[in-house]
Design a protein around this ligand. Structure first.
Ligand SMILES: [Ca+2]
Ligand SMILES: [Ca+2]
Ligand SMILES: [Ca+2]
Length: 224
């Protein structure tokens, strides 16, 4: 017969060590999950910001391209206001009934459109607004837009301030993530295609941003 073995239970020290180790492991797992979750949220915000920016640019290009569309020759359509931070274009693309036939004026929906920054929701962040003066009025096209910049070019692709000489426009947009990322500092300087600074974050700025620029030619300008 074998002698009885001593009790194989755990000592208090062993219990404490086990608890301490599992605590460390749990903390490590939690911290990994938390940082993955944070990265996931940041990436979602960046994707949203990018889609926001692309959709806004798509719409602006589509409308600005048609500036001056005037098949009857009597609507006086064109670029009405060409500012660095805003644009107002007119075109005759429909009639009073909205049937899609030009009627010689720019007084119908979507015919007189202004793009400019505004704070539509009053939260202190600028948003990209589109004002369709004969249609839906002012709408927000994209939120959290830090910069909207236009450069107008003549037929030699030289920047011009003269409305009658404009043949194309370079559009630049800077969008900002919805929330700041405390682990990030944004010290980028954003420039348009001419190399002009259009946005520079303040020191200590923690917002991620996306920049998009495009050039649109307006084939209906300068036809006469
Ligand atoms: Ca009309
Ligand atoms: Ca019209
Ligand atoms: Ca806002």
């Amino acid at each position: 017969m074998k002698p009885p073995r001593s009790n194989p239970g755990f000592t208090i020290i062993e219990c404490l060590v086990t608890m301490a180790i599992s605590g460390i492991v749990m903390a490590a797992i939690y911290s990994t999950l938390y940082s993955q979750q944070k990265t996931h949220v940041t990436q979602e915000q960046i994707v949203a910001m990018q889609q926001n920016l692309r959709a806004a640019m798509y719409l602006m290009k589509k409308e600005i391209r048609m500036a001056g569309y005037d098949p009857t020759g009597s609507a006086l359509a064109g670029i009405q206001i060409a500012n660095t931070n805003s644009i107002r274009i007119t075109r005759d693309i429909t009639d009073d009934a909205g049937t899609g036939d030009s009627d010689g004026d720019t007084g119908d929906a979507n015919e007189d459109v202004t793009y400019a920054l505004l704070d539509a929701d009053g939260d202190g962040d600028t948003d990209l607004g589109r004002n369709d003066v004969n249609g839906v009025g002012t709408q927000t096209i994209a939120e959290n837009i830090d910069a909207l910049n236009f450069v107008y070019l003549d037929q030699n692709r030289t920047p011009t301030a003269s409305l009658s000489e404009i043949r194309s426009a370079q559009i630049s947009l800077v969008a900002r993530a919805e929330r700041a990322d405390p682990a990030y500092t944004n010290s980028n300087v954003y420039e348009n295609q001419q190399g002009d600074t259009i946005f520079a974050p303040l020191p200590g700025d923690a917002y991620r941003r996306k920049f998009l620029t495009a050039e649109v030619r307006c084939p209906n300008l300068g036809l006469e």
